[in-house]
Design a protein around this ligand. Structure first.
Ligand code: ADP
Length: 267
């Protein structure tokens, strides 16, 4: 395992254009993966599925779970479409000089009522030990109650953090962190530099569900997952939400710059 294990989540809004179905932000993905390779090295990269996943899941009503066999071709098709994004991210990570190995949540996790309740994850550590970079994106997982459920990248981060005990957990997205209001809609919104878990409920109200299609509830969904980070923070992990549309922010953050714009999550 790397000495300082980092889990970095690349938001769907960062690597895809959420307002345009199946649209990759190719150049941005390249810059981001290069910065990760330079600043972090081998690590765990979790990614959202953005417009490769949310659009078909909404169109095919897959978020409702299993309703009948007529849904199954659409479920498979959605998985195939998201594969295109996995391939693109995997290629970018490899071109940046890391050695990615792709894990599919649908193969290693299972869910109950939309929450991950089990896993077959023995291989994760071993690949990390080899020096590879784990790549895990959002997916549709078997669900004992609903048939299948959406498994968001944010849920994957939460589970992998509990399993593997990272030193850093970074949610990279297309805004600098959590603001007093959605910064894309309100120019007066201010960045909140620190949020304590005890007060996270107050901030959840500030985070609107995304205006663009997002069945994982946008920034609010992210905060719902971060609420469960108590044991992860108690183990000494540093957790933050930061923007990666500009290069240099990740470098400053990892180098310990106290003034880098971001939202740090504390106990
Ligand atoms: P990602 O796909 O990167 O994981 P989301 O799209 O789910 O992220 O959430 C990020 C989006 O949430 C931002 O692009 C922003 O427009 C929106 N948002 C809504 N409310 C807030 C807020 N209070 N602070 C920051 N972003 C917010």
């Amino acid at each position: 395992m790397p000495e300082r294990l980092t889990i970095i989540k690349l938001g769907g809004s960062l690597i895809t254009d959420k307002s345009k179905p199946y649209t990759l932000r190719e150049e941005q993905l390249k810059l981001i993966t290069q910065e990760i390779a330079e600043v972090i090295g081998p690590c765990i990269i979790v990614h959202g599925v953005g417009s490769f996943g949310h659009v078909p899941v909404i169109e095919r009503k897959l978020y409702e779970g299993y309703k009948g066999p007529e849904q199954l071709p659409g479920l498979s098709q959605t998985m195939v479409e998201v594969f295109e994004l996995r391939m693109a991210v995997s290629k970018a990570v490899a071109e940046a000089g890391l050695a990615p190995v792709v894990f599919l949540p649908s193969n290693i996790f299972f869910m109950t009522e939309g929450e991950i309740t089990g896993h077959f994850s023995g291989g994760l550590r071993q690949y990390l030990d080899l020096g590879m970079t784990l790549l895990v994106g959002g997916d549709m997982c078997a669900d004992s109650q609903r048939g299948f459920s959406v498994c968001s990248g944010d849920k994957v981060v939460q589970l992998l953090s509990r399993l593997l005990g990272p030193r850093d957990v970074i949610f990279a997205t297309d805004v600098a962190g959590i603001y007093t209001a959605d910064p894309k809609l309100d120019p007066k919104a201010e960045l909140i530099p620190h949020i304590s878990l005890a007060k996270i409920d107050e901030y959840e109200k500030l985070a609107d569900e995304a205006a663009t299609p997002d069945i994982t509830k946008g920034m609010r969904g992210k905060l719902e997952e971060i609420k469960r980070f108590e044991s992860i923070l108690k183990s000494g992990a540093e957790v933050a939400i930061l923007g990666m549309t500009e290069s240099g922010i990740l470098r400053r953050y990892m180098n310990g710059d106290p003034d880098v714009p971001c939202t740090r999550i504390t106990l």
